[in-house]
Write a protein that binds this ligand. Structure first.
Ligand code: UDP
Length: 240
């Protein structure tokens, strides 16, 4: 395995599939099976799940809900998704723990970095929920933060697109996929890989990022085995 410890970021939307419900059990089952394979090969896996399949603060503002309240609702949505993933992992007998960035101890454990790292070292999957615990951030930023905190070798952003393109590949069939990019270029060209807070955190701490399609069978395992899957975003020599 090319990476010993990874932080996987799954967008909430990636859990929806093409159906109408917030969570597509087939996708959950497949992701859980992928994680099972990684853990069986000795890879330590941290997971941040988004909440966009249920609520996003910015979207709730359109319905007249206060932004901070909406962001709290969005963070609670990420806890729901993490609990669901915890359950799918349990069915496969993969040990996992749900950590939350704010207190809800009857439901999941409060996030504590050292405890989470110790759990990763035992081969358990650490599910980091409730984002950063603060409004006005995203789960991409939470993923970048947790990746840096736990000393991950790689941050993987798993979405419904197989990398970073110079244009929207769904609208423009000529759009070109980048193999590699550095963070400075992502910022300069406003490539929209993640929000700027997440990008700059990764850049400043030399955290490499791979953007990949979660629906591509076997892609996650290939990536962790060292294959060039999706797009690599790296910090560049001067930041290392
Ligand atoms: N959120 C927040 N602070 C965080 C992370 C998330 O307030 O640190 C809220 C925010 O409203 C966001 C929602 O939770 O829209 C769901 O997260 P996100 O949009 O990142 O989910 P994804 O797009 O990955 O599904």
């Amino acid at each position: 395995m090319s990476y010993q410890r990874i932080l996987l970021k799954l967008s909430g939307e990636a859990l929806m599939g093409n159906g109408d419900s917030a969570i597509d059990p087939e996708i959950m089952q497949r992701v859980a099976a992928d994680l099972q394979q990684l853990v069986a090969r000795g890879v330590q896996v941290g997971l941040v799940i988004g909440g966009g399949n249920i609520f996003r603060g910015a979207g709730l503002v359109q319905s007249g809900i206060n932004r901070v309240t909406g962001d709290h609702m969005g963070m609670l949505a990420t806890v729901m998704n993490a609990l669901a993933m915890h359950d799918f992992l349990r069915r496969l007998q993969v040990p996992s723990r749900v950590y939350s960035s704010f207190d809800m101890q009857q439901v999941c454990e409060p996030y504590q970095r050292d405890a989470a790292v110790r759990f990763l070292e035992t081969g358990g999957v650490a599910l980091f929920s409730a984002g950063t615990g603060s409004p006005f951030f995203t789960t991409d930023t939470a993923a970048a933060l947790r990746a840096v905190e736990i000393g991950a070798d790689l941050l993987i952003k798993a979405t419904r697109v197989d990398g970073v393109y110079d244009d929207d590949p769904l609208k423009n069939p000529q759009a070109k996929r980048y193999e590699r990019l550095d963070y400075d270029r992502v910022v300069r060209e406003n490539l929209g890989v993640m929000d700027l807070t997440a990008i700059l955190l990764c850049r400043d701490h030399g955290m490499p990022l791979r953007v990949m399609d979660i629906n591509e069978a076997g892609a996650l395992l290939s990536l962790v085995e060292g294959e060039e899957v999706g797009t690599l975003v790296h910090a560049g020599e001067k930041d290392r």
